[in-house]
Design a protein around this ligand. Structure first.
Ligand code: UT7
Length: 330
């Protein structure tokens, strides 16, 4: 049994300035603002347009802000985990590049891939390093440049995704009532059928054919993913409440992955949490994959109070899904 808890002690996010609005998408594919808003809740998303910038640059922006806010040096960080499905390159890890750009000279680092659930999977991993007592300052980043793997002639996917990054600092807390209390994480590899990037890995290495057929872009059968997402995100959320003897009324904030407003609403209703307690910014940023949850935390940071009970929950490619119960520590 661990005697320490891992608490989030700082949070920051970065989204690029360029906006891709629904009106702009109307000029690119056969879609409409009305269809996108009513089916997803998305009005616009941010796109990393500048050449020579990539996922690590957005991640480093968030990490730099954390260091400044917490008043610490990069050299004090022991470990950085970056959740992403859009690394700068297959190797080295984007986490290593973030460390290099942010001066984390004493940290070891690696990437973790769990698509939209990546941040929660990385948070759970980082939590355990802190609870071991050996690692005092761990940064968990969720960052994705989805625009780098989107086919902007495919209306099934291009309307949903955006770019962005968020990061949290985890530190030990001896007060057991604060910090990450519980987590349930799940995977089902049969989901590969409905959501994947077909080429670029060892099964289908890059070739002229894979490029011509746009096999390096996101492939998604939205309806199937939607059904899985609605039932599984709602279930895992209810499960974590039950395991911790919490009712919807006890929860101060629900922080759901931002994939579709209808999925968020179904999860909220099933968990019986009041609408005003749900963090929603999907209208501004779309689905930033591993970025959504830490971006929400950063945006709501000023409203969060020490002792607030938060339920984080996600669903994504893999399939991967999960829920984390944590108590805000500052
Ligand atoms: O975060 C990772 C996990 N991903 C998700 O959670 C995404 C889950 N899925 C979804 O959010 C939804 O399935 C989508 C937003 C992707 C699609 O919404 P939907 O209500 O499931 O639509 P659909 O795919 O069933 O399509 C309904 C109709 C179809 O036309 P027909 O066959 O009924 O004539 C589509 O061709 O809407 C059409 N359609 C569009 N129309 C205008 C599909 N995409 C568009 C579009 N604009 N962009």
């Amino acid at each position: 049994m661990y005697t320490l808890r891992a608490s989030i002690t700082s949070v920051a996010a970065y989204v690029p300035p360029h906006k891709l609005t629904n009106a702009m998408l109307e000029n690119m594919v056969d879609t409409s603002d009305e269809w996108i808003v009513s089916r997803t809740g998305i009005h616009e998303r941010r796109i990393l347009k500048e050449k020579n910038l990539a996922t690590s640059d957005m991640g480093a922006e968030a990490v730099n802000e954390i260091l400044v806010k917490r008043g610490i040096k990069g050299s004090e960080i022991d470990l950085l985990i970056c959740a992403t499905v859009t690394p700068d390159m297959p190797f080295p890890a984007t986490a290593n590049l973030i460390c290099h750009k942010s001066g984390l000279i004493n940290a070891f680092s690696y990437d973790l891939g769990a698509a939209c659930s990546g941040f929660l999977f990385a948070l759970e991993t980082g939590r355990r390093f802190v609870e071991s007592g050996q690692y005092k300052k761990v940064i968990v980043v969720g960052a994705d440049t989805m625009s780098s793997i989107i086919d902007y002639s495919d209306r099934n996917t291009c309307i949903i995704f955006g770019d962005g990054a968020g990061a949290v600092l985890l530190e030990p807390s001896e007060d057991q009532s604060l910090g990450i209390q519980d987590s349930i994480l799940k995977t089902d590899g049969s989901g590969v059928e409905y959501l994947r990037q077909k080429a670029g890995g060892s099964l289908q290495p890059a070739s002229k054919e894979t490029v011509d057929k746009k096999m390096h872009c996101v492939y998604q059968e939205g309806k199937h993913v939607f059904k899985f997402a609605v039932s599984n995100m709602a279930s895992v959320c209810s499960e974590i409440l039950e395991n911790n003897n919490l009712s919807g009324d006890d929860v101060d904030w629900l922080v759901p992955h931002q994939a579709n407003l209808r999925i968020i609403e179904a999860t909220r209703k099933r968990a019986n949490i009041a609408p005003e307690k749900v963090m929603i910014n999907i209208h501004k940023y779309g689905n930033t994959t591993a970025g959504t949850i830490p971006i929400c935390l950063a945006e709501w940071e000023s409203k969060l109070k020490k002792g607030d009970k938060l339920i984080l929950t996600s669903f994504g490619g893999g399939f991967t899904w999960g829920s984390t119960y944590l108590v805000w520590a500052y």
